[in-house]
Design a protein around this ligand. Structure first.
Ligand code: TPP
Length: 284
C-alpha cells in the first residue's frame, strides 16, 4: 500500500508537466494542498478516486484541472460552477471539486457563485485568489485591493474588493474557510474540511502572482509575497479579540462556518421521489 505522499504524487499527471505557472506563483502550493487533502481521504477510504470530478473555468488557476489525474472538465471562463452544478445534479454520488481564480469566480462567474452557495449544493469550490487576472497579464479583478496598481489601473485602483468569505457566508454557504499559500499545511486542512462537508463548501486560498501583481506593487518575488501573507494574516481567534484598527489591511484566516443544512441534490431527490410516488391521474 503506497503511503499518502506517494499517493498524492500519483494524483498528478506528470506527463502534463512542466506546468504553465511562473516562478514564484502560489498556485502550485494551493494545488499541492488540494492533492494532499484528496490523497489523505483516498488513503483513508472516505473518497473513491473514481468518483472525483474536477471542474475549472479559464485562467492560470483553472489550468490546475489538467494536471490532476481525475476525470475533469476545463470549462469556459466563469462557468465552472454551472458545469459542476450540472454534473452534481446528474450524478449526486460524485465528489465534485471546482478549481477557480478570483476573476473566474467573482467577476464573470459571480452570479453562479452566489446562487450555488444559496442552494447549498454539494460542491467543494477552491478559489485561488491572487487578486489579479494573471493569465491575461494583470488586469484588476474584484479582489484587487484599493490603490493597487494593475494593467487597467495604472494610477491606482479605486474600487473596493469583495470579501469572498463574507460573500459566501451571506449567500448561505455552509462551509467557509480562508487560508493562504504561506500556511500550506493549514490550507490542506481547510480543503479537507470542505471535502468532508456535505453542502456547498468554499475555500478561499490567498495565492500570489509576483509576475503581474507583485512586480507592480513593490513585491517583486514570490518570497516577498509569501512574507506579505505571513505578516498580514490574522487567525479568527486573534481577530475576535483585536481592536478594529489593528485589523486594517489584514486578512482573516480560519474556518468561518461549518454547519450542516439540507444539501440541494438530496432535497431535489426527495422531491422527485414525492412526485413519482403519486399515481398518474389520481388528481392529487
Ligand atoms: C468570455 C471570456 N472573457 C474573457 C476571457 C479572457 N480571460 C481568460 S483568463 C481571464 C482572467 C483569469 O483571472 P483569474 O480567474 O483571476 O485567474 P488567474 O489567471 O489569475 O489564476 C480572462 C479575463 C475569456 N477567456 N473568456
Amino acid at each position: 500500500m503506497a503511503n499518502t505522499a506517494d499517493l498524492a504524487l500519483s494524483l498528478l499527471r506528470d506527463d502534463r508537466l512542466p506546468h504553465i505557472w511562473c516562478a514564484g506563483c502560489g498556485h502550485g502550493i494551493v494545488l499541492g494542498a488540494i492533492v494532499r487533502a484528496l490523497a489523505e481521504r483516498i488513503a483513508a477510504g472516505s473518497i473513491d478516486p473514481a468518483k472525483v470530478v474536477v471542474v475549472s473555468g479559464i485562467g492560470c488557476a483553472s489550468r490546475a484541472t489538467g494536471y490532476l489525474n481525475f476525470d475533469g472538465v476545463h470549462s469556459t471562463h466563469g462557468r465552472a460552477i454551472a458545469f459542476a452544478t450540472g454534473i452534481k445534479l446528474a450524478r449526486p454520488e460524485l465528489e465534485v471539486v471546482v478549481i477557480t481564480g478570483d476573476g473566474d469566480l467573482a467577476a464573470i462567474g459571480g452570479n453562479h457563485f452566489i446562487h450555488a452557495a444559496r442552494r447549498n449544493i454539494g460542491l467543494t469550490v477552491v478559489c485561488f485568489n491572487n487578486a489579479i487576472y494573471g493569465m491575461t497579464s494583470g488586469q484588476y479583478s474584484p479582489m484587487t485591493p484599493r490603490e493597487a496598481i494593475a494593467t487597467t489601473a495604472p494610477y491606482g485602483h479605486i474600487e473596493r474588493p469583495f470579501d469572498l468569505c463574507e460573500l459566501a457566508l451571506a449567500c448561505g454557504a455552509t462551509y467557509v474557510a480562508r487560508g493562504a499559500a504561506y500556511f500550506a499545511a493549514r490550507l490542506t486542512e481547510y480543503v479537507g474540511g470542505a471535502l468532508d462537508h456535505d453542502g456547498f463548501s468554499f475555500v478561499e486560498a490567498v495565492s500570489q502572482c509576483p509576475t503581474y501583481f507583485g512586480r507592480r506593487n513593490r513585491m517583486s518575488t514570490g518570497v516577498d509575497m509569501l512574507r506579505w501573507q505571513k505578516d498580514h494574516a490574522v487567525t479568527l481567534a486573534r481577530a475576535a479579540s483585536a481592536e478594529p484598527e489593528g485589523l486594517a489591511g489584514k486578512f482573516k484566516v480560519g474556518v468561518f462556518r461549518d454547519r450542516e443544512e439540507p444539501e440541494y441534490t438530496k432535497e431535489y431527490d426527495r422531491i422527485i421521489q414525492a412526485a413519482t410516488s403519486r399515481t398518474v391521474g389520481d388528481g392529487k
